[in-house]
Design a protein around this ligand. Sequence first.
Ligand code: UD1
Length: 393
Amino acid sequence: MIIAPRVHVICQSFHRPLETELQFLMVAGARPNFIKIAPLIKAAEAYNAEHGRAAVHLQWRLVHTGQHYDEKMSERLFQELGMAPPEINLEAGSGTHAVQTATVMCRFEQVCLETKPDWVVVVGDVNSTMACALVCAKMGIKVAHVEAGLRSFDRQMPEEVNRLVTDALADLLLTPSHDADENLKHEGIPEAKIKLVGNVLIDALIANTAQAESSQVMEDLGLQSKAFAYVTLHRPGNVDQKETLSGIMCHLNRLATRLPVVFPMHPRTRKMLAQFQITPPRQGAFHLLEPIGYHDSLHLTRNARFILTDSGGLQEESTYFRTPCLTLRPNTERPVTVTLGSNRLTHLNRLSDDIGEVLNSDDRRGRVPPLWDGKAAGRVIAALVEHDQLLRR
Ligand code: UD1
């Protein structure tokens, strides 16, 4: 069911026959959210199948806010992840931060009024995450935040503001790593609300290993395993200033003379290149692509000689595959990818040196952090049920 502004009758409320019914909305707005929601849906289905009608029965609906709407950023991902199209789509689309956040809020409030959920589950740190958490806080609807507690300590990043607000409002904070627990305790969040569950993004990765293995993307591009660089860059800090973006493109141009570079381009980056009239490199060894699918991306991450990125998800996926990763950012909210994993922070000023160092070292490094075991979503659902029962007493 689509909820657009012109649609008046929107959606039916959950029917509430049983006290043992736990009814919740799952919210996903942007590409990384869809990947994290997929294992949660599977875990909720598994919970119902395992516990039968005698125990708590879960009923949920998926709400797509429409923050990402391009076919390659949204629909294709749903198909690859084996998810049914969302029942409710807010079609919020792009805009300034205030416009996008406010649009999601207005439309999501309407959904909450109609469906009256017990809980809303939000994931990650995008504008949709914060917008929906804020709606719930005002309406007295309980919020569970999956991937809570991550902090870059850099409020210039919109995601950091989204994380701080969402965590301050959430009733249940489900964390991927110990550092996240520590951050939350430091901010005064009661320990009873915090539950370390592990990394749901890695659940999705593990569930999609076989399909990723059969990706043809390397054959299509003529790439050899461990003999190419995989690049993704889309953060405002890297792409919204002309000087920075053209500096990055110069580096990539040079890199492509040493080994093939694969760069699937986020719409934001493509838009900024056009706006600044920067001509992307077109050498044979430089593969500038449209956004690629999830399985192709996993395949490239596993097989790349190294990754250059500013994406949170790629920092984690490369850590899981032990593929060296250079993150072009002054900080990371995922420190475990640096302390345990294969990730290193880099800067435009020392990018050449850091790339040289990576190319001269092992093609695998680091280790997989604790609880990145493919079972995090099951722990999320168990924690949600347990917490709900506690609050009902
Ligand atoms: C958003 C998240 C970011 C996440 C990223 C993953 C926020 C603040 N940022 O950034 O944390 O890492 O998603 O991809 O929530 N656009 C399209 N088609 C789309 C979506 C976007 O063309 O389907 C273009 C539009 O020009 C839009 C721009 O990309 O203005 C930025 O989109 P937006 O959703 O605001 O932020 P992202 O950069 O995608």
